[in-house]
Write a protein that binds this ligand. Structure first.
Ligand code: AHR
Length: 515
């Protein structure tokens, strides 16, 4: 080949490579084909009695005053429409004895919380306080009973105490200030019973679960919605899936939900890495490990479909989020950590994954709501700030109970050190008023993406949106700079003849509304 022809070929190749790199991400949204509702419970929170979550986070007192619920925290959580709050744990639930937390506060029995290094829980926050909290949040109660360290009788009596319309336990409840039965829509039968909940094999837990579930009888008009502990998604995938399979096979008909846990951990368990001091390698790893959630759900769903093709049993992701090393200077057993733009992008990615599996995933709980792990709120004395993750929940609340819209996405890759993940993630829904919402996440911390969205099956004429982004991967809010990362209007969307073109900046989470 003559030299000039070779040159021309190289030039052509370079142009093609450049064009491919710049080619827009392509999304097709079928606005008239949605059949599945995105359960609002996917946007749930986890409120374990751990570290500074309940005490300081929700429940506080001045030196001279009585204990009380924090109005500021409740108000902020109402804004993001928290649909349910899982309590009292977590591992704590497997140590918790509900009778210690009812009756006059002065008479309550304190306990040393063994799994938290013996820290003393005075039990001033108990059953009635929790139910007042969820009522003020406008959320549903999700109580996890003690299996590993408790007894069938204890759990059964708690259930009866809460829900019985009449009888000795209802009388006791009335004496403690609540004559009417409480509403408790969700009931967990243990937590992580492969680990802190009794270190059981799947076979053993399945038998134990059935025994406990049998005694959670319909009380008055309340049928217990019984949730079994699912596998350890953070560990070996094969073991987690084996646990899911055993539970479905041995106890499927006795359960309404199966609660799988998965944490995004960047380093090895003993050195997870700093929440704020990290580089692109740790950013990329977080994205890659979050993508695992998609596979884990898909594989769990396949197993569940075999035993439950009608999809009656909810797949619940009762604990998810980033788990970093604790903040320097804090009690390491309190799991207190900062929250950056990386956590926000991971949250957006998770929520898109949950939405896209809405036919099986009907509930999920971020670990955890306040001051613990990937929290949406941090408190210090009587002040509080919201984290970048909070703003993602604020953006995505439009998906709650909306109809999932089938969406097809072709994204180029975000590549780091020879490994890749799709650069852009998206999910879409239509609300009761016909408004379409599309949530998009650009995982790439270095480069923006142009996204071309074709809307099929519905005429749209206006676009608006909001965006969360920041100049650096490590950007976060502090008590000195509480608004360093916050939502702003997104004006980079153009609509023309049913085609929406969006310019997503690097490391951003965007939700657009189309009418
Ligand atoms: O969220 C912190 C802990 O992580 C929970 O107590 C436990 O369920 C999980 O292992």
């Amino acid at each position: 080949m003559p030299r000039s022809a070779k040159l021309a070929l190289v030039l052509l190749l370079l142009v093609a490579v450049h064009a491919a790199a710049q080619a827009p991400v392509r999304v097709v949204v079928n606005a008239d084909l949605g059949t599945t509702t995105i359960s609002r419970h996917i946007y749930g929170q986890f409120g374990e009695d751990l570290g500074r979550l309940i005490y300081d986070g929700f429940w506080t007192k001045t030196d001279s005053g009585p204990w009380h619920l924090r109005d500021d925290v409740i108000e902020s959580l109402r804004r993001i429409r928290v649909p349910n709050l899982r309590w009292p744990g977590g591992c704590f639930s497997e140590y918790y004895h509900w009778r210690d937390g009812i009756g006059p506060v002065r008479d309550r029995r304190p306990m040393a919380v063994v799994i938290r290094g013996g820290v003393v829980e005075d039990n001033s926050f108990g059953t009635h306080e929790y139910l007042e909290l969820v009522q003020r949040l406008g959320a549903d109660a999700f109580i996890v009973g003690n299996v590993g360290g408790g007894a069938v009788e204890e759990m059964t009596e708690w259930w009866q105490y809460l829900t019985a319309p009449a009888g000795p336990l209802a009388d006791e409840r009335a004496r403690n200030g609540h004559p009417a039965p409480f509403t408790v829509p969700f009931w967990g039968v243990g937590n992580e019973n492969w680990g802190c909940g009794g270190d059981m094999s799947a076979q053993t837990y399945a038998a134990v679960y059935r025994r406990y579930a049998e005694f959670l009888r319909t009380s008055g008009n309340t049928r217990a919605f019984r949730i079994a502990a699912g596998g350890n998604g953070t560990g070996e995938e094969a073991e987690a899936l084996d646990w899911m399979e055993t539970m479905m096979r041995e106890a499927g008909p006795a359960m309404d939900g199966l609660d799988l846990h998965y944490y995004t951990v960047v380093g090895p368990w003993a050195h997870k890495g700093s929440a704020t001091d990290f580089g692109e390698r740790e950013w990329f790893t977080a994205m890659q490990r979050t993508e695992r959630m998609d596979t884990l759900i898909a594989r769990s769903s396949t197993i569940m479909d075999r035993y439950d093709p009608q999809k009656r049993v909810w797949l619940i992701i009762g604990e998810w989020g980033m788990w970093h090393d604790p903040e320097p200077g804090t009690n390491p057993r309190f799991y207190q950590q900062q929250n950056t733009m990386r956590d926000a992008v991971v949250a957006g990615l998770h929520l898109n994954i949950f939405n896209s599996h809405a036919d099986r995933v009907r509930m999920a709980n971020l670990a955890q709501a306040v001051n613990v792990l990937q929290s949406v709120i941090l408190t210090h004395g009587d002040t509080m700030i919201v984290t970048p993750t909070y703003w993602v929940f604020d953006l995505y609340k439009v998906h709650q109970d909306a109809t999932l819209l089938p969406l097809d996405i072709k994204s180029d890759a975000y590549t780091f050190d020879g490994q890749s993940v799709p650069a852009v993630s998206a999910s879409a829904s239509k609300d009761r008023d016909g408004r379409i919402h599309i949530s998009l996440v650009n995982l790439d911390p270095n480069r923006g993406r142009t996204v071309r969205v074709e809307i099929r099956g519905q005429q749209v004429s206006s676009v608006s949106g909001r965006i969360l982004t920041a100049a650096t991967m490590q950007a976060h809010n502090t008590f000195d700079q509480p608004d360093a990362v916050q939502l702003v209007d997104f004006r980079e969307g153009r609509l023309s003849r049913g085609i929406l073109t969006l310019d997503l900046p690097s490391k951003s989470v965007v939700v657009v509304e189309l009418r």
